[in-house]
Write a protein that binds this ligand. Sequence first.
Ligand SMILES: [Zn+2]
Length: 301
Amino acid sequence: MKISCNVIRDILPLYVEDMASQDTRDLVEEHIASCENCKKRLEEMRTFEEPPVDTDIAPLRNIQNTLRRKKLQTIILSVMVTLVFAVVTMAYLTTPEYIPYNENAVSIIEKDDGTVLLNFSEEVSGFNVNQSPAADNSGYVYDITTWETIWDQKISKNQLENTVLNPNGETVSSIYYYNTDGSENTLIYGDSITNGSVVTLPRLVLSYYVLFAIGFSLICGIGWALFRKNEIIKNGLEIIILLPISYMLAHLLIKGLHSATYLAGRDFYAILLVTIPLYFALLAGRNILKKLSVKKPKSTL
Ligand SMILES: [Zn+2]
């Protein structure tokens, strides 16, 4: 029986895939030897369906890489979330609870050599001193306040040591104790610098940083909307915009909705310490979400 080209073409895929029996192989080869059309068809199939060995395992390797990357990202995500949680908890435990002025909180010890010592009571966990030159050039005016923290009350009780207010021998004109509730400062040493009342105000620098972060993310957001067809710019902006977003979230976690602070440095570092792991957590989260949303349409096709 003469085998038609159609029959040969039906079994060519098996032949190419090396899944045909020896009898079928002989049959195909016999036909090919005398049929130019089928020979050509076979060559086409071979060049098309037999990619080089290297790319043949590439999909497998890709899957392996994807799995490994996904695992790594999940690890990064959990480590970073843990870090964020740890820093926020630590910041909460060490948040200053300002102590309103009372005579026991801090007392002033004047020494013969002109140094002035601050002596704190047991309840005090920390203190802050602002130094500014007196208006009449008689020396310096000091504003101090004290606070306690949950950490020191509940976990580690460490007694503050006496602190020298003027280590370089500056003249201490007056010392005020400032309250953080907006009430006026209390003169605790020296002469009053003014006839009226003095109030030490919190710093607002953190709100400028938040405004900057909002502005920066708005610009990124607009850029994203304009260039969302360009995959590279879109991805780049998504990676960049997570930075100000992390900062704003970190601010919320550390300061809540407030931004006024008597300890700008401490609050800013705490916010930065949360921003960094939060950023990497969001990046990892974004990548994981992105993979999921890419896979879904494929599986429904
Ligand atoms: Zn043929």
